[in-house]
Design a protein around this ligand. Sequence first.
Ligand code: ZN
Length: 297
Amino acid sequence: MKRWVKVLLGLVVVVFAAKYFLLDTAATPDGNYTIDLAALHQAAIAQGGVLPERIEVEKIGDFAFPRKLVVAGDSFHLHPMVQLAHRVMWPDHSLIIDTALGAKKAASIPGSKFHSDAFDRMERAMAKAQAIVFTHEHSDHVGGVASAPDFAAIAPKVIMTREQFNGPKLERDEFPPGSLAQLKLLDYSGLHAVAPGVVLQKAPGHTPGSQLIYVELQNGTRYLFVGDIAWTEDNVTTGRGRPGIAKLLMKEDRGAVAAELVAFAKLPKDVHLVLAHDPVAYERDLAVGLFHQGFTE
Ligand SMILES: [Zn+2]
């Protein structure tokens, strides 16, 4: 066989192998991931105190990724995504879950839209909140804190876990110099209630600091904030997570994520999974009243 034919055949094999392993193949679950709803409920009420009344949501941005990066083996069509921040409300205080990304970072994502009025409301809400927690340490979740106009004022409310703080994907240079040293880090194992009705459970995989945030309202409505473990509900319903390239781009532990997706799929339907970037679920949940649109001033 001529040399150029061998080279060409070799290239074809490499391209197909790369497509198969990097884009098309879903990960196999690595063991079992357990979500014990009875234990989460117990932890939510164990402190006593009033459970939250409602949850508000702000849509801070819109962007899109090729569908192939979102669900292994899917098409190259653009897949719309949203950037959300949530606020858990009690009669006299509040807690913020994820803070989106700042304007500068948003501008660096091609084709993205940044809703500065929503971001400004979120920044004002951070100043008033009792606590700020994160599903994980990526900059599109901690970015609001990183770009806060008065970091020192909100630092005492920020509940960052040690795993999030130490995560290789925490973009340290987005925070003001010296500011990260002001944060008091959270260490916990098992379940940890940060407030009545709000419980953390570690869920490493998408990042080392990923965690579930369980919220139970006074009226018994249950939510499970899963951050970016799933980018679309299709990840949960099909059991197919992001493709292999996610491991290269994000250092994701895909086997751990796949096990978490299996656990999500087994949850009863009245436990509302809250995904950080799914526009379809966002619109549907707003329409049925699971969330109130906009942070009230
Ligand atoms: Zn994200």
